[in-house]
Design a binder for this molecule. Structure first.
Ligand code: UTP
Length: 298
C-alpha cells in the first residue's frame, strides 16, 4: 500500500457565501482567532504525516502564497524588539523549503476541476485532499483519523459527520455498509439528496484520501450542478471500480465558508485557549443575558 505523501488544498474558489468580505480578501485568509483558516488545514496535513502540499490558487489569491513565505523585515523587527515567542511561533508555522507547490486554476470551474489542476504534481500516487474552509476542531485532526483507516483498508477514504436528518439536502451524503476498523464501507454517494431519498445522514465533511485514477475521470467529467466539474460525480464513477470507506470524525468540522460556521469556529477555538477562555466565556454570558432581557421586554 502506498503511503500518503502529498495533499491538495484548493483555494481558488470565489467564496460568494462570504461576500462582501471576499471581494478582495480570500476566504481562506479570514482569521479564526489569530490564524488564517488555511493555516489550520496546513497544520492538520503536516501533523498527519503529509510531506508536500499542492495549493490550487487563482486570481486575487497571491496573498496566500505570500503568507507561507519568509518575511525578513518582520523577523528582523521581532528580533530587534526581543519578541521571542512571536518569532518562534512564526518560524514553526513556516513550511520547510520545497514542501509546497502553487498551481493556478485560471477560472473557478468547480472543486473537481481544481483537484484535476493538481494532477501533474501529484502524479501516480494516492493523495489527501483538504477543503481549507472546513476547519477541524478537537481530536487528533481529521486527516490523521482517515489516514489510520486508509492504513487498514487502502482504497479511497472520506471523512464523514452526521447532520440533522432533515438537512441532508445541504450536503454530499454517503450510504453506510459493513463496519470496518472504526469506519464503514460506503455503499452510495449522493449530492444533496432530499431527506426522503437520503441513504443516511452521514455527510462528507471535506477530508479525503483519493486514488490517482480520479484524475482521469475528472479530465473527462461532464459539467454537473451549477455548470461546475463536481468532485462527487467523479467519485461516484470511481466507486464503480474501487472501494470507498468512510471514517466518522471524532471531533467537529466548522464550515468557515459560511458566516455562521465561521462565528462558531471563532468561539470554539477561543474557548479552547487558556489565554482567552475566561474573558470570552464572560462576554458570551453577558451577550446571552442581555439578549434574553431584550426578548423578554419585547
Ligand atoms: P466551496 O464549495 O466552498 O466554493 O469550495 P467557493 O466557490 O469557494 O465558495 P462559495 O460556495 O461561493 O461561498 C471549497 C474549496 O474549494 C475551493 C475553494 O477555494 C474552497 O477552499 N475551490 C472551489 C477551488 O479551488 N476552485 C473552484 O473552482 C471551487
Amino acid at each position: 500500500m502506498k503511503k500518503i505523501r502529498k495533499a491538495v488544498i484548493p483555494v481558488a474558489g470565489l467564496g460568494t457565501r462570504f461576500l462582501p468580505a471576499t471581494k478582495s480578501m480570500p476566504k481562506e485568509m479570514l482569521p479564526v482567532v489569530d490564524r488564517p483558516v488555511v493555516q489550520y488545514a496546513v497544520d492538520e496535513a503536516f501533523e498527519a504525516g503529509i510531506e508536500h502540499i499542492v495549493f490550487v490558487t487563482g486570481r486575487n489569491k497571491a496573498v496566500i502564497e505570500d503568507y507561507f513565505d519568509l518575511h525578513p523585515e518582520l523577523i528582523g523587527t521581532l528580533e530587534q524588539t526581543g519578541k521571542k515567542t512571536q518569532l518562534e511561533a512564526l518560524e514553526s508555522m513556516l513550511p520547510v523549503a520545497g514542501a509546497t507547490s502553487f498551481i493556478r486554476q485560471q477560472s473557478p470551474q468547480g472543486l473537481g476541476h481544481a483537484v484535476w489542476c493538481a494532477r501533474e504534481v501529484i502524479g501516480n500516487e494516492p493523495f489527501a485532499l483538504l477543503l481549507p474552509d472546513m476547519v477541524s476542531f478537537g481530536g487528533r485532526g481529521c486527516l490523521a483519523e482517515i489516514t489510520d483507516l486508509y492504513a487498514q483498508t487502502g482504497g479511497n477514504v472520506i471523512a464523514v459527520e452526521r447532520c440533522e436528518p432533515s438537512e441532508t439536502n445541504k450536503y454530499g451524503i454517503v450510504g453506510r455498509g459493513a463496519d470496518i476498523g472504526g469506519g464503514f464501507e460506503v455503499t452510495a454517494m449522493v449530492e444533496k439528496p432530499a431527506p426522503a431519498n437520503a441513504p443516511s445522514n452521514f455527510y462528507i465533511n471535506g477530508r479525503y484520501i483519493l486514488q490517482p485514477e480520479i484524475f482521469q475521470l475528472l479530465g473527462n467529467q461532464q459539467r454537473g450542478a451549477g455548470g461546475e466539474i463536481q468532485l462527487t460525480d467523479a467519485m461516484v464513477r470511481l466507486s464503480k471500480d474501487q472501494p470507498f470507506f468512510a471514517q466518522p470524525f471524532k471531533g467537529r468540522m466548522f464550515d468557515c465558508g459560511s458566516k455562521e460556521g465561521f462565528i462558531q469556529a471563532n468561539i470554539a477555538f477561543a474557548l479552547a485557549r487558556d489565554d482567552m477562555k475566561g474573558p470570552v466565556f464572560e462576554m458570551l454570558q453577558e451577550f446571552v443575558q442581555s439578549h434574553e432581557r431584550q426578548e423578554e421586554a419585547a
